[in-house]
Design a protein around this ligand. Structure first.
Ligand SMILES: Nc1nc2c(ncn2[C@@H]2O[C@H](COP(=O)(O)OP(=O)(O)OP(=O)(O)O)[C@@H](O)[C@H]2O)c(=O)[nH]1
Ligand SMILES: [Mg+2]
Length: 372
């Protein structure tokens, strides 16, 4: 320490215990204010990533860029949407290599717990696993599905796992676009298995079915369809049913439930021609039969590939997606149209009072829509 930079009260013989230093003063004006140019703190400008930065980061498995790419895909801003589309177009040749699995079932059936065990099992096999969710109720419940990553504490600690809660906001179509594109980004970044969780109520089930290869319905032991609130339609969408919570006192009940489902499935139209949905019992708590479920999925994928159905179905799904976007956009455009907005409130009561028929009402509304 320079001697002349020490306060005057430091003794001549003072050692390093007197660490206080004196800074040189500044030249000031008569009012005490600094005369020179004030130094402002440097602006922190986050460099914007280019399309190629995103693409290279995704392909190089750069986790930070990968996460940014997902955020980009999930953004609702038009500028981000355009950038995201450019990125997706470039990564497309590197997508499609994963196995996409949908998991559905009523709240409390144990989907998240199942994914936690199953996902960890796959990671232990050396696979990279991405867990996504579609939760149409998330606007109300602030994301019940995967809203809380602690439900998947073990899996979220796995370096080979990536967990993303349901994107929030927007229509189901918007949410499904984000999830589909997140699947593509995950695949390009080397994820081998994609698990998409959804609740077994409403449209979201059909939506998830249309973006996965394999669809698993998680059920509880002991209760029949009616008690479980499961619609026949949900069972018909599934490639396999698992009766979860087959542990402790529930083992026998789970077996019985499984055999009941096996019997009733014969009468249903299989979702995949030639593949009758398989029924297994499992426990997401003890891990019982988790390995069998993975075996079954592989058997199913082999079946699809042998019949040349794997790529055929994926192609169909892409085209269905295109058409569903068109439908959604057109409907939105129709209801946002000012001419339609102007007359719809008069038209509706006239239909109800019998003044005009529904067909005439539609024709009036469409004429309003098409008139300049
Ligand atoms: N005994 C037993 N309990 C289980 C099993 N799987 C899940 N549970 C319990 O069931 C409860 C619900 O599990 P979740 O995994 O949150 O169910 P979920 O289907 O994801 O529910 P939502 O996300 O709300 O639709 C939790 O308390 C779990 O600990 C199981 O195999 N055996
Ligand atoms: Mg859950």
């Amino acid at each position: 320490m320079k001697k002349n930079n020490r306060p005057e009260w430091v003794p001549e013989t003072g050692g390093s215990e007197f660490t206080t230093n004196v800074m040189n003063g500044i030249t000031s004006r008569h009012d005490g204010l600094y005369e020179g140019k004030l130094r402002t703190s440097p602006k922190i400008i986050k460099p914007k990533l280019s399309v190629d930065d995103y693409v290279n980061g995704i392909l190089d498995h750069n986790l930070s860029i990968f996460s940014k790419a997902i955020t980009l895909v999930e953004s609702n801003s038009q500028a981000h949407l355009e950038l995201a589309q450019k990125v997706i177009k470039k990564i497309l040749p590197h997508t499609g290599k994963s196995i996409r699995i949908g998991i559905t079932g009523l709240p409390g059936a144990g989907k998240s717990t199942f994914i936690e065990y199953f996902g960890s099992y796959l990671c232990d096999l050396g696979l990279k696993v991405a867990v996504l969710a579609i939760d149409p109720s998330s606007k109300l419940t602030k994301g019940s599905i995967l809203g809380d990553k602690t439900r998947m504490e073990k899996l979220s600690r796995q370096p080979n796992a990536f967990i993303r809660p349901s994107p929030s906001g927007g229509t189901l179509g918007g949410v499904s676009r984000k999830t589909r594109e997140t699947i593509l980004v995950s695949e390009a970044s080397g994820y081998d298995v994609i698990l998409v969780e959804t609740v077994g109520i409403g449209q979201s089930e059909t939506t998830v079915r249309s973006m996965v290869d394999f669809f698993l319905l998680v059920l509880l032991p002991g209760a029949g369809d009616e008690l479980q609130g499961i619609k026949k339609g949900s069972v018909e969408l599934a490639d396999a049913l698992v009766i979860n919570k087959a542990d402790g006192e529930n083992i026998q009940r789970a077996k019985l439930t499984a055999s009941q489902y096996r019997n009733s499935i014969h009468y249903l139209q299989p979702y995949t021609e030639g593949w009758e949905a398989k029924v297994l019992t499992c426990s997401a708590l003890t891990g019982y039969n988790i390995d069998k479920i993975w075996e079954l999925i592989n058997e199913y994928i082999t079946f699809l590939k042998d019949k040349n159905l794997f790529q055929k179905r994926r192609n169909q799904q892409v085209l269905e997606w295109v058409h569903s976007i068109i439908q959604e956009e057109l409907i939105q455009n129709f209801y946002n149209n000012n001419n339609v907005k102007n007359i719809i409130e008069e038209v509706e009561p006239r239909v109800l009072s019998g003044d005009i028929t529904p067909t005439i009402a539609v024709s009036d509304l469409l004429n309003a829509y098409y008139s300049k």
